[in-house]
Ligand binder design. Structure first.
Ligand code: PMP
Length: 361
């Protein structure tokens, strides 16, 4: 019997049990080869086929056009905060950034070390509870690119629309929203995502970049951080995180078995509706985000009296509902309900919330 509990962690996050079981079965002896994926040369035919299959499955899921490269890199999404300007912001150039919360602020801070950053819009005026509409953005004509964070993992703020930046390449940090629903990749110059939420285990960051944006790195850009070098070497300029890549490939196959991203959209929509409606109809719980800008993947909520936080979390843990504590910077609760968190987990959480409210409301 499996003792797995419901895990609402923001990342590293829950992985599908079926995928973990497959990895367990293949751990000692991958497909009769007598060794595990972890022990194979990354240059071997076996691993190259694992890597190529994973890339193709991701391309299929997101319908990635042929003029985009898919890179499997290291350093997490945080390293991209520097890698993007090193590759795409010319010396003395300017880039537009949209500030919607803690993760976009980190991207802004890092990019500022490499050039001029114009914060073209900020959610600060709304206390980070709503996203400023594009009419209020001050984009600059000379920007090398526009960067934004479609889903703020900590604040729980998500774009339900894609900004229109004309000919200026749009770059998106999709760490906590990628693969949660279909995506029109052709609207972007570049998309990146740390793996440890909807893609796979940590240790990997996926970059999807339009080919015409390659070849622009600064002369001082370290070789390991140059997208063109990574693309030319099929993300194997050095030894890649092979096991994380393999496991991500299993997740992509699992997503295809679920019915792809149309199916995930239906499932995730139902999950978020269940949880937000439980919050909105209660007297005890609240979520401050403007309804049109609410995240599907990361749902923060507060209890009317924060002295109830501790007993709420203790009761949740007793019922096998793990990792509901909000980020240390904001407090309260946060339920991250990525692809691998089933409707049953959300139902169990909502039932517990009602029970707790009855006792303490
Ligand atoms: N961007 C977003 C939106 C995130 O949620 C996170 C991680 N929670 C990061 C960037 C940083 O990712 P990493 O830890 O992989 O550097």
């Amino acid at each position: 019997m499996s003792k797995r509990l419901f895990n609402f962690c923001a990342g590293p996050a829950a992985l599908p049990e079926a995928v973990l079981q497959q990895a367990q079965q293949e751990l000692l002896d991958w497909q009769g080869k007598g060794l595990s994926v972890m022990e194979m040369s990354h240059r071997s035919d076996e691993f190259v086929s694992v890597a190529e299959t994973a890339e193709q499955d991701l391309r299929d899921l997101l319908a990635i056009p042929d003029n985009y490269k898919v890179l499997f890199l290291q350093g997490g999404a945080s390293q991209q905060f520097a890698q993007i300007p090193l590759n795409l912001l010319p010396d003395g150039g300017m880039a537009d950034y949209i500030d919607t919360g803690i993760w976009s602020a980190k991207a802004i801070e890092e990019a500022s070390r490499f050039g001029n950053v114009n914060v073209a819009a900020s959610a600060k005026g709304y206390d980070y509870f709503a996203i400023p509409g594009q009419n209020d953005w001050q984009l600059s004509a000379e920007a090398a690119y526009v960067h934004y964070t479609p889903n703020e993992t900590i604040g729980g703020l998500e774009f339900s629309w894609i900004p229109d930046t004309g000919d200026t390449p749009l770059i998106a940090d999709m760490s906590s929203t990628i693969l949660s629903r279909p995506l029109d990749v052709s609207r972007y110059g570049m998309i990146y995502a740390g793996a440890q939420k909807n893609i796979g285990p940590s240790g990997l960051v996926v970059v999807i970049i339009r080919e015409d944006l390659l070849g622009r790195a600064r002369a001082t850009c370290p070789t390991m951080l140059d997208y063109t070098v990574a693309a030319r070497n099929a993300s194997m300029y050095n030894t890649p995180p092979t096991f994380a890549w393999y496991l991500s490939g299993l997740i992509f196959q699992w997503l295809k078995q679920q019915g792809g991203l149309d199916a995930m959209q239906r499932i995730n929509d139902a999950k978020q509706q269940t949880l937000y409606s439980a919050i909105d109809t209660s007297e005890l719980y609240s979520n401050p985000i403007s309804p049109v800008d609410r995240s599907w993947m990361n749902i923060p909520f507060r209890l009317a009296d924060d002295r109830l936080d501790k007993p709420f979390l203790a009761g949740a843990e007793e019922r096998g509902l793990l990792n509901l504590k909000g980020h240390r910077s904001v407090g309260g609760m946060r339920a991250s309900i990525y692809n691998a968190v089933p409707q049953a987990a959300v139902d169990a959480l909502v039932a517990y919330m009602a029970e707790f409210e009855q006792q303490h409301g």
